[in-house]
Every structure is written in structure tokens, then in C-alpha cells.
Design a protein around this ligand. Structure first.
Ligand SMILES: [Zn+2]
Length: 275
């Protein structure tokens, strides 16, 4: 799933493109993709977008008059791009906006399960829909992080991925951040020392800023991720092999040497089954 750096890079790329011309035609949209019916998509026709913005992993396209916001969430397999006038696009995109001048904003989604979503709402409705989200990960300092960590006993990896706690991080960047902070993915949030909390706050900023800089230069997962999906490869910090552990529906990558005092973590799914 695209996480904060990737979505932010798309938003910056799309911002001048989607605001250059008024919308000529909104839709069609796949019935599984369009999550709202009122106002209808045709309310966008003739309107100009103010640009592109981001909240957590959502792309937001407010209209210039401030009355409506188009929200797009790509989930795992959705992809969004701008097609220049005359460029050949997919036959049946999940969603399309055509601009005066011929450019198009296209949402596609691979795989059978259609999970990406498009919502057209008022700014008030949008605020209500996104009210559950925690603060943006890049806006969090050590003091706010300490408060978030202390709210309840959580393991660090699932806590970092919880959009209600802090917004923008998914499983890949949770792996990257915890390696950088030299903390176990299963460490209990309420047991971090002030020094470890500082380290985690710095790791969040360093990792996401590095990734954003790479994404803005068009780099992909292979350059952005140093530990995620790299089982057995040398850890970029210490050179020892990267390990993995299954947890809930996710696979977590970590370095035993840097993060768990050399200890291999037990597969939590398997041990639960054997109980
Ligand atoms: Zn290491």
C-alpha cells in the first residue's frame, strides 16, 4: 500500500496538473469505487480544482469555489496518474476526470478485489469522515509521540501503522522506522525510555523525509526500502542478515542484531494456533 512519502510525491506532481483547466467530464466511476451518490459526480463538471492535497494516505482535490472535495484512497492496488492530452489510457479505468484541454486524471486498480475508493463530499463531510485520523506522522515531535505511546499498552509495529494514533505510516515504513530507531517491533509502547522515544521520533522524521526525497525523484520501492521485503539480505546498519516474523496478517522485517538483542522473534500466528 502506498504510504505517506509516495502519496505526498504524487500530490505534489498532480497539484499543478489538476488545477490547470476546469473539469469537462467527471466519471465514469466503477460502482465499487465510487462511495458517495450525493452530490453526484456531475456537480464537478465546469468546476476547476484548487489543486491536490494529502491527509494520511488520502489524496484530496478541493474545488476552487471551496464547495466540494474529491477524496481518493488507493488502498493496496489502486494507482492514480495524469494522462497528457492525447495519451493512450486504460480502456476501463475505475475512475476518470477529463479536463478541458484533454488531460485526464485516471484511477486504475489491479487484481479482482476492488477496494480503492472515491468520495465526493462537502468540506464539512470530509472533516467528519477523516476525524478519526491521528496527527500527520511528519508533524509529530518527541513530546507528542510520548503522549501517543503512553495512551495504552501497544506493540510498536501495530501502533505505528494505526492511522488513528498517527497518520501516514504503513507496514513498510514501520519496518524502516523501527530499524532506524533500533527498537523491537514487539516492544511495548508504554515501556520506552525518554531516550528511546527521542530516537523513535527522529527515526520517523529521518525515514519519511528520506523516502519523500527519493519518491520525488521518481525512485521506487527498491531504493526507498532498506529492510522491508529484504529477508536474508545484509542489514544496512550492521551487515547481519535481515529476519522476518509473521504477525496478524502482516510480515514484519527486522534486524535481530540491531533491534532485539540478537533474539529471533516467534511467529505470533503459529504460536497462537498451537496453544
Ligand atoms: Zn542490523
Amino acid at each position: 500500500m502506498p504510504e505517506l512519502p509516495e502519496v505526498e510525491a504524487w500530490v505534489r506532481e498532480l497539484d499543478p496538473l489538476v488545477s490547470a483547466h476546469p473539469i469537462e467530464r467527471a466519471g465514469p466511476a466503477h460502482v465499487a469505487t465510487l462511495k458517495t451518490i450525493d452530490p453526484s459526480l456531475s456537480a464537478l463538471e465546469g468546476q476547476r480544482l484548487a489543486g491536490a492535497q494529502r491527509r494520511a494516505k488520502n489524496l484530496l482535490f478541493p474545488t476552487e469555489d471551496g464547495e466540494l472535495v474529491l477524496r481518493v484512497h488507493l488502498m493496496s492496488a489502486g494507482r492514480i496518474r495524469y494522462l497528457k492530452p492525447g495519451a493512450k489510457g486504460p480502456k476501463r479505468p475505475m475512475f476518470r476526470l477529463r479536463f478541458a484541454g484533454g488531460g485526464e486524471l485516471i484511477l486504475t486498480e489491479g487484481g479482482k478485489k476492488k477496494r480503492a475508493g472515491v468520495w465526493l463530499t462537502t468540506p464539512e463531510q470530509l472533516a467528519a469522515d477523516l476525524a478519526h485520523l491521528g496527527p500527520e506522522a511528519l508533524d509529530i515531535d518527541a513530546a507528542l509521540l510520548a503522549e501517543i505511546l503512553g495512551r495504552e499498552r501497544r506493540q510498536l509495529h501495530p501502533l505505528l501503522r494505526d492511522q488513528r494514533a498517527l497518520a501516514g505510516i504503513g507496514r513498510a515504513h514501520a519496518n524502516e522506522i523501527l530499524l532506524r530507531a533500533r527498537l523491537s517491533p514487539f516492544k511495548t509502547s508504554t515501556e520506552l525510555t525518554p531516550e528511546e522515544t527521542e530516537r523513535l521520533a527522529s527515526a520517523i522524521h529521518e525515514d519519511l523525509e528520506r523516502a519523500l526525497e527519493l519518491r520525488l525523484r521518481g525512485k521506487g520501492d527498491k531504493d526507498v526500502y532498506l529492510i522491508h521485503n529484504r529477508l536474508g539480505e545484509p542489514c544496512p546498519r550492521c551487515g547481519n542478515p535481515i529476519a522476518r516474523v509473521d504477525f496478524e496478517e502482516h510480515t514484519i522485517y527486522y534486524c535481530p542484531e540491531c533491534q532485539t538483542g540478537g533474539r529471533l522473534l516467534k511467529d505470533r500466528r503459529l504460536s497462537r494456533l498451537l496453544k
